[in-house]
Design a protein around this ligand. Structure first.
Ligand code: NAP
Length: 410
């Protein structure tokens, strides 16, 4: 096992990957980072749920060996840096980790730790399932019709961090180059960002979405893009997606144009323009199962969809490299700093990210047990403040009490 300065490796075994399949020992070492702001409250409640459910499902036969990985403010106080290199090394070595939200300053300061982690570990797929749980308050009439999984490309697009500041020598140089080589007249007082979208990055993301849809017996994969305007980036994403279906999946999947909309029992791969998609998830959500999209679109879509089923307090996420199995599961909301250390907020985003983590590890008994207990807890109207304020007759629970209610409902 690697040599670490701050990370203490507990007694347990490494998760490994064989022929693309995760091999999970009975006492897997799993990295966790509690996160900033409300992160520690949420993590405490979630960890208690995970340990209790593993014990409930397997007696003492299986157990998680938790290994703390430092990131964000805690890392800065313990290791003197917000994002120690050894945190990334430990995720690579131990394959699976789970984290709470991390602070990112806007318009300056350090770049997003979340974005850096996704890029440096090449966690190319951001996977966000969105479904409704009975009893959870929603702003739409039929939230149960929303049942989708978003596959968001995680390493490219305007998120690649390739930006130059307005007025900087770099911006000036670029503007001169653009004028001279391409005849582009860009306003001189512009900041510039680049939007790289590659064939490699697009195809591997769409491939993972198609494989997921086939494995979970879904009917459709929709490629969502703004290719009518951004032809060589978002338009190319769509084109490469259809190409991939023909190249690698022709026996099990078919593109819309090749079947006139009738896939004859195969997986249907279709596409949709991003703005229409935002209308249709409200008006015709049943038409979408798995959605494959680019980085920035995916960020917007997952929050919009989360709102339809109860808000970001309940939206889970995973960042996965399907080629080597390395995965970091995470809350999709931020640190909600105004509620820090009040034991108040909803821990469901991390708890449901844990459900995804246990599925990824092959411990599906645990995922199912957590989901069932969560359903019971919502049905009993025992909820945290965010849902209590929207529900009649709800019992308001603290973050830790909500975790305890899930454990009681096992
Ligand atoms: P935020 O932390 O997500 O909070 C926005 C609002 O969402 C909160 O005020 C609260 O709404 C609601 N909310 C968030 N988490 C909740 C939870 N667990 N339970 C119930 N409600 C919850 O967004 P922000 O204030 O824009 O961002 C704060 C910091 O988080 C920033 O530094 C940002 O960069 C960072 N961030 C991190 C991640 C990540 O680590 N993955 C993601 C997004 C943002 P009410 O006020 O209505 O109660």
């Amino acid at each position: 096992m690697g040599n670490y300065k701050f990370v203490k490796v507990p007694a347990g075994d490494k998760i490994t990957v064989k022929d693309g399949v995760l091999q999970t020992p009975d006492k897997p070492i799993i990295g966790f980072s509690e996160g900033d702001g409300t992160g520690p409250d949420i993590w405490r409640a979630s960890q208690a749920v995970f340990d209790a459910v593993v014990k409930h499902c397997y007696g003492g036969k299986r157990q998680i060996a938790w290994m703390e990985l430092y990131a964000g403010e805690k890392a800065n106080s313990v290791c003197g840096t917000y994002f120690p290199e050894e945190t990334l090394d430990a995720v690579r070595e131990f394959t699976v980790a789970i984290k709470g939200p991390l602070t990112t300053p806007i318009g300056g300061g350090f770049r997003s730790l979340n974005v850096a982690m996704r890029q440096q570990l090449d966690l190319f797929a951001c996977v966000r399932p969105v479904r409704h749980f009975e009893g959870v308050p929603s702003p739409v009439r039929e939230p149960e019709k929303v049942d989708m999984v978003i596959f968001r490309e995680n390493t490219e697009d305007v998120y690649a961090g390739l930006e130059v500041k307005e007025g900087s020598p770099e911006a000036k140089k670029f503007l001169e180059f653009a004028k001279k080589e391409f005849g582009w007249n860009i306003r001189p007082d512009s900041g510039i960002g680049f939007k790289p979208i590659s064939l490699t990055g697009s195809k591997r993301l769409i491939r993972s979405a198609i494989q997921y849809a086939l494995k979970h017996k879904q009917k459709t994969v929709t490629l969502v893009h703004k290719g009518n305007i951004q032809k060589f980036t978002e338009g190319a994403f769509m084109k490469w997606g259809y190409e991939l279906v023909k190249e690698e999946f022709s026996d099990v999947a078919v593109g819309w144009d090749d079947c006139g909309g009738d896939p004859k029992g195969k997986l249907l791969v279709k596409d949709c323009i991003a703005d229409i998609f935002l209308q249709q998830i409200l008006t015709r959500p049943l038409e979408f199962d798995v959605v494959a999209t680019l980085n920035l679109n995916g960020d917007y879509f997952s929050d919009a969809l989360a709102a339809q089923v109860g808000g970001i307090g309940i939206a889970p996420g995973a960042n996965i490299n399907y080629a080597n199995g390395v995965a970091v599961f995470e809350a999709t909301h931020g640190t909600a700093p105004k509620y820090a250390n009040q034991d108040k907020v909803n821990p469901c985003s991390v708890i449901l990210s844990g459900v995804m983590m246990f599925e990824h590890m092959g411990w599906t008994e645990v995922s199912d047990a957590i989901t069932n207990a969560l359903v019971k807890t919502f049905k009993a109207k025992t909820v945290t403040y965010d849902f209590a304020r929207l529900m009649e007759g709800a019992t308001l629970l603290k973050c830790s009490e909500f975790g305890a209610a899930i454990i009681r409902n096992l």
